[in-house]
Design a protein around this ligand. Structure first.
Ligand code: PMP
Length: 366
């Protein structure tokens, strides 16, 4: 193509797109444990609600997802004015960057954590400050976050990819002294014993983002929401795409949220499987970060009893050969010797454990 026809925005020189976890073709029959999806289908009431709505697709959706905001607000004991709904929580993370950062207002994130924050910040042309962890156990470095000089900070809690949960005492210390807006990305909070909702009454500089992609089995429908002070929500609403959530997503999400019985049943099954997998790693003597999410970040040990990038890569490929897809992050010293395994259903997890045990046997024979 002629170069003059493709004049990129200056901000995009050197920009790299987000690289999502692989989505293998459905006919390949792999056990897909690489993107923290829920192994169970959504509530049956989602299908019924969507079927009914199809006949209305000639009409635009409600631009503010009004009904859904009400349902979410009721569920959390909040006001609808504290809620904004998005096309997945990625949409809300994007809105935060658009609204609260520019060439002077910097963005911060834990490093490593969800790499989409970097991509969004790069598109906006804002400066990104990466705050490192205190140690290899992903201990939060509050002093460095406070000193980051950022106007917006993304704190993933439970953290991804480690699954570690940061407690309310730490979050309070941070919120009390942080001068910008703290976004607590709670994509995995439903799997955790605690969340940041009680802090909304105490601090105005807090935005919590949630998704229905994980705990509500709706990754394919694209629904997320953010909670915060009505003044914050008002500003985010000004930047939001007019019809950012389609009709099917609005009614499907509402149906899923209203079926709390089904939600709690699935949640329990996932948490039970997570705890069983943790026991297996304990028995194997493999280090892992105690997880408050729907995945476990584990450090496989080689025959010499040592963890290494080579060992993690080796197990990753072995599992892949056995049609089990997990996630490997080779690019950072804190993650290169780990694998992140999403929690599946009991039969998938049996297969994973079986394959891991076969791999350890093979390693011993080498
Ligand atoms: N935050 C974190 C930490 C995630 O891992 C994900 C899923 N990749 C998201 C947000 C986005 O979720 P969604 O856009 O599907 O709501």
């Amino acid at each position: 193509m002629n170069k003059n026809h493709l004049r990129l925005s200056k901000r995009l020189c050197g920009h790299h797109a987000y690289l999502p976890g692989e989505q293998p073709k459905s006919n390949l029959q792999v056990i897909k444990l690489n993107t923290n999806e829920n192994p169970y289908p959504p509530s049956p009431s989602v299908q019924a609600a969507i079927n009914q709505e199809i006949a209305l697709l000639n009409l635009y959706p409600n631009p503010i997802s009004g009904d859904l905001r009400e349902v979410i607000a009721d569920m959390h004991g909040l006001q609808a004015s504290q809620i904004i709904v998005g096309n997945g929580s990625d949409d809300l993370l994007n809105l935060c960057v658009r609204t609260f950062s520019d060439d002077e207002l910097k963005v911060g994130m834990l490093h490593p954590s969800y790499s989409l924050y970097e991509v969004l910040t790069s598109v906006q042309g804002s400066e990104l400050i990466r705050v490192k962890f205190n140690d290899k156990d992903f201990t939060l470095n509050i002093a460095d976050i406070l000193a980051s000089g950022t106007n917006l900070f993304f704190l993933t809690n439970p953290h991804a990819p480690s699954g570690k949960a940061y407690g309310l005492t730490q979050l309070r210390r941070l919120l009390k002294d942080y001068k910008g807006l703290l976004v607590i990305d709670e994509a995995y909070a439903d799997f955790a014993p605690k969340n940041a909702l009680p802090l909304l009454k105490e601090y105005e500089n807090l935005i919590i983002t949630r998704t229905l992609s994980k705990s509500y089995s709706l990754a394919g429908l694209r629904i997320g929401y953010a909670i915060g002070n009505p003044r914050i929500i008002e500003e985010l609403d000004k930047v939001r795409e007019v019809y950012n959530v389609d009709r099917l997503a609005q009614v499907g999400a509402k149906a899923a949220l209203l079926d709390q019985k089904y939600f709690n049943e699935c949640l329990k099954k996932v948490i039970d499987q997570r705890d069983l997998l943790a026991k297996v790693f304990e028995e194997l003597g493999w280090p892992f970060i105690p997880s408050a999410a729907n995945f476990i970040f584990v450090q496989p040990l080689g025959i010499n009893g040592q963890a290494s990038a080579k060992t993690a890569a080796n197990l990753f490929h072995y599992l892949l050969e056995n049609k089990i897809l997990v996630r490997y992050f080779p690019k950072h010293p804190l993650t290169e010797s780990y694998l992140r395994i999403s929690i599946g259903n009991p039969s998938q997890m049996n297969k994973v454990v079986e394959s891991i045990k076969e791999w350890t046997k093979k390693e011993k024979q080498r």
